[in-house]
Design a protein around this ligand. Structure first.
Ligand SMILES: *[C@@H]1O[C@H](CO)[C@@H](O)[C@H](O)[C@H]1NC(C)=O
Ligand SMILES: *[C@@H]1O[C@H](CO)[C@@H](O)[C@H](O)[C@H]1NC(C)=O
Ligand SMILES: *[C@@H]1O[C@H](CO)[C@@H](O)[C@H](O)[C@H]1NC(C)=O
Ligand SMILES: *[C@@H]1O[C@H](CO)[C@@H](O)[C@H](O)[C@H]1NC(C)=O
Ligand SMILES: *[C@@H]1O[C@H](CO)[C@@H](O)[C@H](O)[C@H]1NC(C)=O
Ligand SMILES: *[C@@H]1O[C@H](CO)[C@@H](O)[C@H](O)[C@H]1NC(C)=O
Ligand SMILES: *[C@@H]1O[C@H](CO)[C@@H](O)[C@H](O)[C@H]1NC(C)=O
Length: 918
């Protein structure tokens, strides 16, 4: 599901994850329960209220004793001193009750707190229970917050009895209100109403009801499935009766396709949020609808994620405007210079549009209050006088994919106070601005200069920032040894540069609070042994050292990475046994040790201690011994690549226990794909971001870097070992298998008759073995098969005919004992068989084995939609194959283009979101 906060979308798998995230955000930022609440000196709470609270506590599950100050003991007698309670300083009556991150059930004993005015149970876990009706009897309530607390079911209409209520937040639960909202119309005191994520599809009267609430100042109904018919024809708008106090109206994600004209007549309106709706057409036409009296008051306009096109309007009509949010629309015109006159403007976001313009000083002439600007993802060129000093000091600046270069923009140096700076992919090809790096702002949170051509030596990057800063300097031409970074760096991406020398300078990063969570040094020239300093990074989630020259054994301190989820050591010269220290990394999901010099056996503890493994790549090492049966217990495993090693013995029959390859439902465990965040071991701690796991996957004779679609692959590759025995029939129970490669072993026996069950199979290579017998006719059921190689075996008999197997090139079947029939030229016995000579393979087999050209291998790539080829017949297959091949490459290239956004941006957005929410 996609959820909207502050006009931006976050993709989150489950509603409950939302809760989880928000809870942890609050934890990360605020601690558990506000302290120092019992401020009444001598005043003590009445005994009856104390008993009521103790009764209430019985319903709450509090495994960590956060309510331990609540008790019947003598020293806890005064409940005004309990955590989460506030009493009247005159009478001692309990006025306020609030806590979060607990759960359980809400006891009716609350009714015995007759003076309760403030009840905040947000961000608890009430386990999908219904909101109790008796809450409607807490008649003194002025503030009720039950948001994000995992409630479900209908909203009890009894809440309408809370006539003193000023604040009501039921958002971020799974609530519905299938009938009308009449009950709400009794809440005459309500000022702030938040119902996001409540299904209001049956509430046809919503607009009438909310518009007549006389004191309503803030209304948020985002993602509510609002019925919209009344919106377009809202006839009752009456200046003296409708929305008389409304200041903030947020209706994100509701399929609204027009800004209704009456919005412009709400004279008090300061904020209008309509992100993620269906607004389409020229942006200016929609804006025109706001030209009523609201144009003078409007400060915030959020219209992101709609279908608006045209130029950025001239907002001069809105003198109070502070914030313009238009990201992810289809704006395809220019950016008028008049924007520079909005001297109140603080935030401007027009990212991810198609604006085309050259931006100059004039665009910013009077924007002295500007704090954040996001122009990313347009076709904008920023050209300023070299000595231009902007009138603003920005807090956030996002200029990804704007053209800023070729020189490092001088005006950026005038910004001395930013928290976030993203100038990635900005065509800067200058030398490293060394003095700038040495003097980064004290509030720095995230710096992204990736995908430029910035070259030279990177100086030490030791900001004084108190936040845990994140750096993405990847894909530049930075060189020299790794510099020192601030000790509190939380995320570091230096991949795709030319850094050389050892990793040890990074050992200085060892902050105890949050610590390093992400480290990507892949694709550099780093070398030497890894220093034994991984104990400094106990919260590391992702470690990518691929494509360097690191050597030697993996240090034992890797065992301190007990949170590690992704480890890639791919393509180095690491040696030694399978690293025993990984035993402690029990959250590992992706392990890529491919292309190294590891040796020894796969340890038997692998399944026991790394039960979460999804990707296990040991390709191209010197591992030996047999494939342990324990490997079969890795029930989440989706990619098993043991190719190019010295494994011997038989293929374990238990492979059918690799459950994730057998059942679709089982393979939904998360790889890092898109937003990710989580709290770690109950620490006040989170990561969020768009990191996408990737792995080098050997496919059809080549290795590809799979990112975004890694999760879709189900692969077993045992190629180029010394495996013996038969291909176990059990393997054909792995119904979701996409690639099966057992080529270049010493396997014998027949192809399992049930091979046709592997309906998802796209690539099947069993060449260079001693398989015998006939090709099972069920093979023709493999409709997605696009790569097949059965060559160099002892197969015999007729190639099943009339199927897509005829769509493959003859080379896929050659060098067998006695295969016959199309696509081979030799006819089968019984059919007229004039000539039995094999096509053209006269060369020595050994020569072939080494020199077989990769390109030739592609001739074994067939159609991809099986029977289409069978239908078209073999005549056209060659012609087709060319274009198919082309298409396939394109597809793979796109996959290779994996998203690799670090955690920086989103994390920052969550901060912002929280600050606003809070
Ligand atoms: C008592 O509470 C009221 C309202 O909360 C506050 O204005 C007042 O200063 C408090 N008095 C004392 C003595 O704390
Ligand atoms: C902008 O997009 C609209 C709608 O797709 C199109 O009609 C218009 O011609 C485009 N304008 C420019 C300047 O490309
Ligand atoms: C720098 O930014 C912080 C917030 O990030 C702000 O409080 C402070 O006033 C700013 N200082 C200047 C000189 O702009
Ligand atoms: C392996 O790493 C080296 C750098 O150490 C790089 O040049 C080479 O391209 C990498 N090979 C693959 C297959 O990625
Ligand atoms: C495979 O699964 C079956 C049934 O769940 C179980 O009895 C058997 O022990 C498993 N085999 C291995 C080697 O894990
Ligand atoms: C393969 O294994 C057999 C025994 O199973 C052994 O005799 C042979 O030397 C091995 N070949 C290689 C290349 O390791
Ligand atoms: C067999 O092939 C040879 C050479 O291609 C040809 O000359 C000969 O006539 C063929 N024999 C028959 C019976 O078709």
């Amino acid at each position: 599901m996609t959820m909207i906060m502050d006009g931006r979308s976050f993709k989150l798998p489950y509603a409950f994850l939302t809760l989880f995230v928000l809870v942890h955000l609050r934890l990360a930022l605020g601690g558990f329960i506000p302290a120092g609440v019992g401020d009444a000196n001598n005043i003590s709470c009445p005994e009856g209220e104390r008993q009521a609270l103790l009764e209430f506590k019985k319903g709450i599950s509090d495994p960590y004793g956060r309510l331990s100050s609540w008790g019947s003991e003598e020293e806890k007698k005064n409940c005004c001193n309990w955590q989460g309670i506030r009493c009247s300083n005159q009478t001692g009556h309990v006025l306020q009750l609030y806590f979060y991150y607990l759960g359980g059930m809400i006891s009716p004993s609350l009714l015995e707190l007759p003076y309760l005015t403030y009840l905040d149970l947000s961000f608890n876990d009430f386990n999908r229970s219904h909101i109790p009706e008796f809450i409607g009897s807490l008649s003194n309530l002025e503030h009720l917050d039950l948001s994000g607390s995992n409630f479900s079911g209908p909203i009890p209409h009894q809440l309408g009895n809370l006539s003193r209520l000023q604040y009501l937040n039921l958002g971020f639960n799974d609530l519905t209100n299938s009938e009308n909202l009449e009950w709400l119309s009794h809440m005459s005191s309500i000022e702030d109403l938040e119902l996001s994520l409540t299904n209001l599809s049956g509430a046809n009267d919503w607009l009438e009801v909310v518009s007549s609430l006389p004191n309503l100042k803030t209304l948020e109904m985002s993602t509510c499935n609002l019925p919209l018919m009344s919106l377009s024809s809202f006839s009752q708008f009456n200046h003296s009766k409708s929305f008389t106090s409304l200041e903030s109206l947020r209706l994100h994600n509701n399929e609204i396709n027009d800004i209704p004209k009456f919005f412009g007549d709400i004279c008090t309106l300061r904020e209008l949020g309509l992100a993620g709706n269906n607004l389409n057409g020229q942006v200016i036409e929609h804006i025109n609808n706001l030209f009523g009296c609201a144009k003078d008051s409007l400060e915030v306009l959020e219209l992101g994620r709609n279908q608006l096109w045209g130029s950025l309007p001239d907002f001069a009509m809105f003198p109070s405007l502070k914030e313009i949010e238009l990201p992810s629309n289809k704006l395809n015109g220019t950016m008028p210079k008049t924007i520079g006159n909005l001297h109140n403007l603080e935030h401007l976001d027009v990212s991810l549009n198609y604006l085309q313009d050259v931006i100059s000083e004039a665009h910013f002439s009077n924007l002295s209050k500007l704090l954040s600007m996001d122009l990313s993802g347009n076709s904008l060129t920023l050209e300023f006088d070299f000595n231009w000093v902007p009138p603003f000091q920005l807090d956030e600046l996002h200029l990804r994919s704007c053209k800023l270069g070729p020189r490092f923009p001088n005006w950026i140096r005038t910004q001395r106070n930013f928290t976030i700076l993203d100038i990635s992919n900005a065509q800067i090809s200058d030398t490293v601005p060394a003095e700038w790096f040495a003097n980064l702002p004290p509030n720095l949170y995230s710096l992204n200069i990736s995908n430029n051509q910035i070259h030279g030596l990177l100086p030490n990057v030791s900001t004084m920032s108190w936040r845990e800063p994140e750096f993405d300097l990847s894909a530049n031409r930075l060189e020299g040894p790794l510099p020192f970074f601030s000790t509190n760096v939380s995320s570091l991406n230096l991949s795709k540069n030319r850094f050389s020398g050892p990793l040890s300078p990074l050992c200085k990063i060892n902050d105890r609070r949050l610590g390093l969570g992400f480290l990507d040094l892949s694709d550099n020239l780093l070398s030497g042994q890894l220093p034994n300093c991984f104990m400094n990074w106990p919260n590391l989630l992702i470690l990518n050292l691929a494509n360097n020259n690191f050597s030697g054994e993996v240090p034992s301190s890797l065992g301190f990475l007990s949170m590690l989820q992704t480890l890639s050591l791919h393509n180095n010269t690491f040696s030694g046994d399978f690293p025993n220290s990984l035993k402690n990394c029990s959250y590992l999901r992706v392990m890529d040790l491919g292309n190294n010099r590891f040796s020894g056996k796969i340890p038997a503890w692998i399944a026991e201690d790394l039960p979460q493994l999804i990707v296990l790549i040991l390709r191209s090492n010197k591992f030996s011994g047999s494939i342990p049966w324990d490997t079969c217990k890795l029930k989440y495993l989706r990619i098993l690549d043991l190719s190019l090693n010295d494994f011997s013995g038989i293929i374990p029959q238990c492979l059918n226990n690799l459950t994730a390859m057998a059942y679709k439902a089982y393979s939904s465990t998360n790889l890092f794909e898109g937003s990710y965040m989580g709290a770690i071991k109950g620490h006040n701690y989170l990561y969020s971001g768009d990191y996408v796991d990737s792995a080098m996957v050997a496919l059809k004779g080549r290795e590809y870097n799979f990112g975004k679609n890694l999760g879709l692959l189900k692969i077993i590759n045992l190629s180029s070992n010394n495996l013996t025995g038969k291909l176990p029939t059990e393997i054909t129970s792995l119904l979701e298998l996409v690639v099966l490669n057992v080529s270049k072993n010493n396997l014998i026996g027949e192809i399992p008759q049930t091979i046709g069950q592997l309906k998802q199979l796209e690539s099947f290579d069993m060449s260079w073995n001693q398989f015998s017998g006939e090709i099972p006719s069920s093979m023709s059921e493999l409709q997605f098969l696009s790569h097949l190689d059965l060559s160099f075996n002892n197969l015999s008999g007729k190639i099943p005919s009339g199927t897509q197997l005829q769509g493959f090139d003859a080379t896929c079947f050659t060098r067998n004992r006695a295969l016959c029939g199309p696509p081979l030229t030799q006819k089968c016995p019984g059919e007229e068989t004039p000539n039995q000579t094999l096509p053209t393979d006269n060369g020595s087999i050994e020569d072939d084995k080494d020199n077989r050209d990769e390109f030739e291998k592609w001739f074994c790539v067939g159609a991809g939609i099986g029977f289409a080829i069978g239908f078209w017949g073999i005549c056209s297959s060659l012609i087709l194959k060319r274009s198919w091949r082309h298409a396939y490459f394109l597809l793979l290239d796109n996959m290779k283009d994996w998203l690799y956004v670090t955690m920086a941006v989103n994390k920052a957005r969550f901060w912002r979101m929280f600050q606003r929410q809070g």
